[in-house]
Design a binder for this molecule. Sequence first.
Ligand SMILES: *Cc1c(COP(=O)(O)O)cnc(C)c1O
Length: 723
Amino acid sequence: MRPALPDALRPLLELAYNLRWTYNAPIRALFRDLDQVLWETTGRNPAALLRRIERRRLQEAAQDAGYVARVHALARDFHAHLSLPSWFDTHQPRGAHLRVAYFAAEFGLTDCVPLYSGGLGILSGDHLKSASELGIPLTGVGLLYRHGYFTQRISGAGRQLESYPRTHIEDLPAQRELAPDGRTVTIRLEFPGREVHAEVWRIQVGRIHLLLLDTGIEANRPEDQVITGALYAGDRETRLQQEIVLGIGGLRALLAVGQRPNVCHMNEGHAAFLVLERLRQLVRDEGLPLRDAQDAIRAENVFTTHTPVPAGFDAFSPELMRPYFESYAAELGLGWGDFLALGGSDGGSPFSMAVLALNHSGTCNAVSPLHRDVSRALFRSFHPPQHEAAERLEFVSNGIHNRSWVSLEMKALLTRHLGDRWLREPQEPSAWEGLDAVPDAELWGVHADCRARLVEWVRQRLPQQLERRGVEPQEHAWARQVLDPQALTIGWARRFAGYKRATLLLRDVERLRRLLLGDPARPVQVVIAGKAHPHDDEGKRMIEDLARFAADAGVRARVVLLANYDIDVARVLVQGVDVWLNTPRRPLEASGTSGMKVIANGGLHLSVLDGWWAEAYAPDLGWALGGTDGFEDPGHHDHVEAGALYEILEREVVPLFFERDSRGIPAAWVARMRTSMRRLCPYYNTHRMVREYTERFYLPALLPERGLPSPAAGSLVSGPATP
Ligand SMILES: *Cc1c(COP(=O)(O)O)cnc(C)c1O
């Protein structure tokens, strides 16, 4: 499978097949420098590049002493990194036996591994990356979608066009798991009237393995080959099958590769069927009574919920469940009715993955304080009410993996002034103290460079986007001059789910026009991107409304709607914008993480007081909208908050941005950048988050003295705004 390389370049293989390159620019540069064009056409995929590159070019590189030296230096650095004692090794000596399995339906690691749709996937990906750096003994478990999530184009009329390009699985920086005898590892699942097989693949992320299951193999009937076809596509039964493959198949895959986890972390309820598989193992294979088996697995399961709405929880009708789970019920010694009760079903009502997970997880958490409160109320309103789970629900605030999201320019600046501790131990407030000594001009200068890069990037991308939709070159000449590198740049990008209210800014189009163009000395511009779920008509209408507005010749130089929001687009945006706008209808945003990426790059956050911002906001950090609930009429709610939004932009944001000193620097703005980075970055990162999961949940699950304070309790900062 793996391409053959000249001896001098052999280390490139392990560098290509370990996704550490996704957050290590020098390694990426090694591949890009081999063949710039191929680098782009392979979607910046080192594994695919090595498979396709001409032998002649490889021979040439192997003769280039400078290049070969770089390869070997980075390989040495890579090995040193892997063998360095980690935080876990040095701080958690009692955790030597810990084996965490981390289950998620999506993993957003990099765009050439298209296994994610949005924030949940990005969070899972960042979790793995921080777990690797911290040395947590953790294995990820997911599905290998052959078609990933859809690719978006936007038609001239603003219609979202979806396509599901097939991932060339051989091109992925992934490997089939091989058994000691050299055969591929496959697991079997009992489906109604047949067996379904899944091949097990592995992706390496630093020290972490991510196991992925793929049913797209010959041994399966055609309709079973497409179970792992695409993310969040297909009907209810496909979804049920995917979740069986993920939860039950995932657990079997771990055992098949010789790993027996002692903590299973379900990141969202999609993997909750693993509970049934664990129960079956204990009841059938070890002869435990069901109650004891339930107690035993409760101790080792962790469940993280991510949705604040009932519809966000997966549930399946008893009729759909029956053919798949009748044998489980029998093996657990349960009648069908009692079996359904495990998922809160009364026999007629749907079987809830959340109820199954809640009742079999010793620790359950939401992802922000507000989300915990909302989830508690939600659990109590379930049928039957989940009072006990509501009672003990905790929260662990989400974070981001700084190495993956902070621009090279900002990294260089911070490292010059702060050393590299802010990257190694971003969770330590003291690692960020040096920010106070970074001169205004430098902080501002770096941010202005990133804004200019964003503008340049849009000027390249937008003409291509228009061309793809059939616009003649002479008709889109303007797009090569779109945006202004000096203008106050506002970004809005995330999924076009209705509650995120992408069009809130369009409530009063005339007022928006005045904001953008009203004062030539204070230009304002907006960059927008996002995908709507293929079945979400409301989201798609928002795209149409935005596309129509952005096409207006009067504003088109200042309003850009970018197609196909993905990690690469997100990265350029969060690094270059001045203000990140977040407009959810409270309290429907459980956390949100894109704003955290912006803060770490020196942008400021203007957001409804929802999700993480309800926890993080303070008046000297950014701007807050709303924070009030209890509107009966959503239209009225939107009207009030749109008004408040224009007000904040006109009276606070624009004046602050354009209030320049003699050097052209907006000193008060830069002070805000500094304050928000200094106070928020030490908390909203995945190093802090993964350490919290480890110290509060993973280790206590393992240690016999369960219930005692965890080993390093108290070592964590208690909240984001601790100055
Ligand atoms: C960070 C990120 C998200 C999450 O955005 P939210 O603001 O949390 O909704 C979604 N998609 C991509 C590509 C991202 O990078």
